[in-house]
Structure formats: C-alpha cells, structure tokens
Design a protein around this ligand. Structure first.
Ligand SMILES: [Zn+2]
Ligand SMILES: [Zn+2]
Ligand SMILES: [Zn+2]
Length: 108
C-alpha cells in the first residue's frame, strides 16, 4: 500500500473555508471539505501547473492537475518535461501540458 502524506490544503491554505467565497462566506473548502488538511499518496511533488497554490492560474477554480491540493503523486524516476520546460503549462494556452499532464515532470 502506498503511504499517504497529510498536507495542509493548498486551496484554502488550511483555513477550511472556500477561498473565493463562490457559494457563501461560510462555505467549506471544496478540496478538503473544511478540514484544512488533504491526503496525497507518496511520493509527492509540488504541482507545477499551479506552483503548489492549488488554484487554477487564470480562473477562480481549483487546479485541474492537483484538484486543488497543491501536490501531486509522481511515482518513478522524475525528469523535467521537455515539452513545457517543467512549467506544466501548454505553451500559449491556459491549459495543462499534454505531455506531463501539468505536473512538470515525467516518468522515465
Ligand atoms: Zn481546503
Ligand atoms: Zn495544481
Ligand atoms: Zn509538460
């Protein structure tokens, strides 16, 4: 069984509240469900697409790569994705890189 790592929710920064208050001021964070903590399977890398912030870089929604967690699981040997240069971004678009899926690293 892969080990889970307990991390502070990147989307709400551990507050447990919806950072954009889209639903209501008291709405719980959609990513962690209000606990302020999230679980990610080891080995964990920082999400390149949102730079670990958990939010989509251009819209007020959770990051599509890490689902708002700010961290993603990347098993195996990690190599910087040459398609996006490790940024996780599809060049010229606000979309995750099609090669690495937005992680910025690929498995070799
Ligand atoms: Zn949260
Ligand atoms: Zn992300
Ligand atoms: Zn890439």
């Amino acid at each position: 069984m892969p080990e889970k790592k307990l991390l502070t929710c990147a989307f709400c920064k551990g507050t447990g509240k919806d950072p954009f208050k889209l639903l209501s001021k008291l709405a719980a964070c959609q990513v962690c469900g209000g606990s302020g903590k999230i679980e990610v399977y080891e080995p964990v890398v920082t999400c390149a697409f949102c730079k670990g912030r958990g939010t989509h870089p251009h819209t007020r929604v959770s990051c599509p790569v890490c689902n708002g967690k700010g961290s993603v699981t990347q098993r195996g040997y990690k190599e910087e994705c040459s398609n996006c240069g490790g940024s996780g971004h599809l060049v010229g678009a606000n979309l995750p890189c099609s090669v690495c899926g937005g992680k910025g690293v690929i498995r070799r």
